[in-house]
Write a protein that binds this ligand. Structure first.
Ligand code: NAD
Length: 361
């Protein structure tokens, strides 16, 4: 597929290719939609196989950000950036400052943040070149507790739909990934009396988490085969696919990972056909974005953010009801909610400012 075809496929407004050979910067910034506000989304640094893979990733991730903000009721647009490179060996101040200059050149249409392969340290380098960056230390901070809080309430909504009661006590929950979000999520689940299994591709991370707070560590590949009530993906994307969905032995899939479905429509259909309720990833994992949005509004209060993240419970109940009534998959209902809000705001008339007539005194 040609570049323009790929860009048109998802309806992006603007895609910027950033090159600074002096420091080895090769990056892409994708602005999907700014109807609701400036396009916000993290910058991912990854060893992409080729440029096409990087472009596909940034286009898909930035569109998900538009939908995430739209469903969460935030006044933000969708954007994302990728830097092609190995985050373990190719990071430097100059590289991230060069990236920061490209962000600055967009005049606030795109606001960056940390993502896979980047940390707050690089955000400080970017901040030397532009103020359009969030997640710098000393501000709203680590979004993971807020993301986990929202995922926890989202799981309860799923339980309400499937089991008729939202308590997670005595439910068996398999958590894939033992990273930042998983740690906070497992704390919530154990506090409520759930039986929790945890897996990570680095087994020592799962063992450490369980040693610190509880739960039972399991092998990374075993997660799809364990009989459970809820399977919770909190690692990387693409884990729900043709090979893994037939193996699942759960009633619900609900977790924080972005782009959990390898093939968006086909895999959502596969889950539905197996009678598994799927909580669309960008709806249930919006707590972190709510946290950043509060920082940008300048009225940061972590308690208010937690309240808003708890409301993912009601958002999901509404979404599942709409899916039932309109005979849609949950992913289709999520997209419909996002597109309806975007269309409504786009349809508002533009009020031009009164112009002062030059002949008036
Ligand atoms: P993290 O990097 O702290 O943790 C991810 C963990 O998953 C790591 O320990 C990694 O070793 C493990 N992992 C990778 N592949 C695996 C596999 N196949 N099986 C088992 N474990 C595997 O990341 P995080 O901040 O906890 O985020 C987790 C997911 O949630 C990511 O997909 C992220 O994009 C998404 N997300 C995070 C936030 C947030 O606030 N941090 C917000 C929205 C979405």
């Amino acid at each position: 597929m040609g570049i323009f075809d790929a860009v048109q496929l998802y309806g992006h407004e603007q895609v910027v290719f950033c090159s600074e050979p002096a420091v080895g910067l090769r990056a892409i910034i994708a602005i999907h939609d700014t109807t609701l506000g400036p396009a916000l989304g993290g910058v991912r640094m990854w060893m992409y196989r080729d440029e096409e893979e990087a472009l596909t990733d940034v286009l898909r991730l930035s569109r998900a950000m538009t939908y995430k903000a739209a469903v969460a009721g935030l006044n933000l647009g969708g954007g994302k950036a990728v830097i092609i490179g190995d985050p373990r060996t190719q990071k430097s101040e100059a590289l991230f400052r060069a990236f920061g200059r490209f962000v600055e050149s967009l005049g606030g249409r795109y606001i960056t943040a940390e993502d896979v392969g980047t940390t707050t340290a690089e955000m400080e380098w970017i901040r030397m070149e532009t103020r359009y960056v969030t997640g710098v230390p000393g501000r709203s901070g680590d979004p993971s507790p807020f993301t986990a809080h929202g995922v926890y309430y989202g799981m309860k909504a799923c339980a309400k739909v499937v089991f008729g009661a939202d308590s997670l006590a005595n439910r068996t929950i398999v958590v894939q990934g033992a990273g930042n979000v998983a740690r906070h999520l497992v704390e919530h689940l154990l506090r409520e009396g759930a039986h929790v299994y945890v897996a990570d591709i680095f087994p020592e991370k799962a063992q450490q988490l369980c040693h610190d707070i509880g739960g039972t560590p399991v092998e990374a590949d075993a997660v799809y085969d364990i009989p459970c009530d809820i399977f919770s993906p909190n690692a990387l994307g693409g884990v729900l696919n043709e090979e893994t969905i037939p193996r699942l032995r759960c009633a619900i899939v609900a977790g924080a990972a972005n782009n959990q479905l390898r093939e968006e429509h086909a895999d959502a259909q596969r889950l539905h056909d197996r009678g598994i309720l799927y909580a669309p990833d960008y709806v249930i994992n919006a707590g972190g974005l709510m946290n950043v949005a509060a920082e940008l509004e300048g009225t940061y209060d972590p308690r208010r953010v937690l309240e808003k993240a708890s409301d993912i419970y009601n958002t999901l109940l509404k979404l599942f009801r709409m899916a039932r009534e309109r005979n849609l998959l949950p992913t289709e209902a999520a997209a419909a909610i996002a597109e309806e809000r975007l269309a409504a705001i786009r349809s508002l008339r533009v009020m031009s400012h009164a112009r002062v007539c030059p002949s008036l005194p």
